[in-house]
Design a protein around this ligand. Structure first.
Ligand code: FDA
Length: 392
């Protein structure tokens, strides 16, 4: 049976970072992944350009039952640390918006960076290998693999979340946590498009493909970003962000023309040219198809002059205070991340080691720490992976 100091399950963002760091400290490291290639989620991320971190990453950008858990790791390995690594590899990058850093070239450069770091640290990588069983031994852990068996002193679980099952995502990490008696916070798809009930979907069908800058709010949380109408419902960054806060049966409020007092604008339009149609007045502010739909839904008089203030107020509210209940979400099939995961109360926030199971570590998305859209999730993978890499 092969023996290693450290076995890392999952050659994704967190696992590869951890393996490289542990290897640099002289540990013998084996990384196991059931996929045929490492870092597949990195490859497809950011539309192929990998939004690898965010200049403004801070604990407030993460959702967890224990919001202070991520503070230590994010402080110990910061976005500046990862940017310095990217610059050391001479990977050109740019800020797209809101502090989001993307490769100028391809996300494959980030995968190659991590593989190079692992090679330098002499960490071994075994792909197309699955784990049949994990057992505790007096010296650590024994793993039965699809090919052979290995033993290790430290076992790092970096198998990610359940999103995009087509790419091999599994609930493996959660099951393993439960096998060792650790609590798992209920998981759900997040950063995911929302769906609409059939009547509303049919009504909004003409808008498929229309995008607007919007504010999406759920309770006290709001995001000001782009929104996209699709043939399944609503998507775009504003919707993905708010989806992480929305729960079944809850309402979302959208402002499709943020920063504009539409009521006052419509009153002014009525005073200036009362013979124009509502749709024409709205089209000065909204995409034509959206203006048309709002006007048709209103079923009001032909001319703006015949609209009362009350009616104009209702139109303005329909645009800027549109409240509705989503039917659901598109689920793990398209979700970028998984909310919930290994309960952080089970883990040491400095090292990611399970308090009750010395030698067992959980890092990255499998942990109940979920970032906003915008490079925050990779930063959590780097930070938590780095921390475990210093401890294993
Ligand atoms: P990750 O999922 O990267 O890796 C887990 C690894 O474990 C995989 O290689 C998998 O094959 C392996 N594995 C799973 N089960 C296994 C098993 N049973 N046995 C062996 N191996 C197993 N984030 C961000 O910050 N910026 C961005 O631009 C994007 N973009 C983006 C686009 C899309 C389409 C998605 C789906 C997601 C993103 N994300 C993102 C989120 C980001 O990809 C995610 O948070 C990180 O990849 C999580 O890193 P981990 O290493 O924890 O898991």
């Amino acid at each position: 049976m092969d023996r290693y100091d450290v076995v890392v399950l999952g050659a994704g963002a967190a696992g590869m970072m951890c393996a490289a760091e542990a290897g640099k400290r002289g540990r013998s490291v084996l990384v196991i992944d059931h996929a045929a290639k490492p870092g597949e989620k990195i490859r497809i991320s950011g539309g192929g350009r990998c939004n690898f971190t965010n200049l403004h990453a801070a604990p407030a950008n993460y959702i967890s039952q224990n919001p202070s858990f991520c503070i230590s790791a994010l402080r110990r390995y910061t976005q500046a640390d990862f940017i310095a690594l990217v610059e050391r590899y001479r990977i050109a990058y740019h800020e797209k918006t809101l502090g989001q850093l993307f490769c100028d070239g391809s996300s494959k450069q980030i995968v190659d960076l991590l593989l190079a770091e692992m090679r330098q640290a002499q960490a071994e990588l075994r792909l197309s290998t699955s784990v049949r069983s994990v057992e505790r031994t007096s010296e650590g852990f024994a793993l039965q693999l699809s090919q052979g068996a290995v033993q290790c002193r430290s076992l790092v679980v970096a198998t990610g979340g359940k999103s995009i099952p087509k790419m091999g995502a599994t609930g493996f990490g959660y099951d393993l946590a439960e096998q060792f008696g650790l609590k798992v916070v209920e998981t759900r798809p997040a950063l995911v498009p929302l769906t609409l009930e059939p009547t509303m979907l049919a009504r909004l069908a003409p808008l498929a493909g229309v995008a607007v800058d919007a504010v999406a709010a759920c309770g006290r949380t709001r995001f000001s970003e782009a929104l996209l109408f699709t043939h399944r419902g609503l998507s775009g960054p504003a919707i993905l962000q708010i989806s992480s806060y929305w729960r079944e049966g809850g309402e979302i409020e959208l402002s499709l023309l943020p920063g504009v007092d539409l009521f006052e604008e419509l009153r002014a339009a009525r005073a200036q040219n009362g013979r124009q149609a509502l749709q024409t007045a709205l089209a000065a502010f909204l995409p034509k198809r959206l203006a048309q739909l709002v006007a048709e839904t209103e079923k009001g008089p032909a001319h703006l002059a015949d609209y009362s203030d009350k009616r104009l107020r209702a139109v303005a509210d329909a645009v800027n205070r549109w409240r509705f209940k989503p039917a659901g979400s598109e689920g793990y099939r398209t979700a970028e991340v998984t909310l919930g995961g290994v309960d952080t109360r089970e883990l040491d926030s400095r090292t990611m080691e399970a308090k009750a199971v010395p030698g067992l570590y959980f890092i990255g998305e499998v942990v109940d720490v979920t970032g906003w859209l915008g490079g925050y999730n990779f930063q959590w993978a780097w930070s938590s992976g780095w921390c475990a890499g210093q401890a294993v």
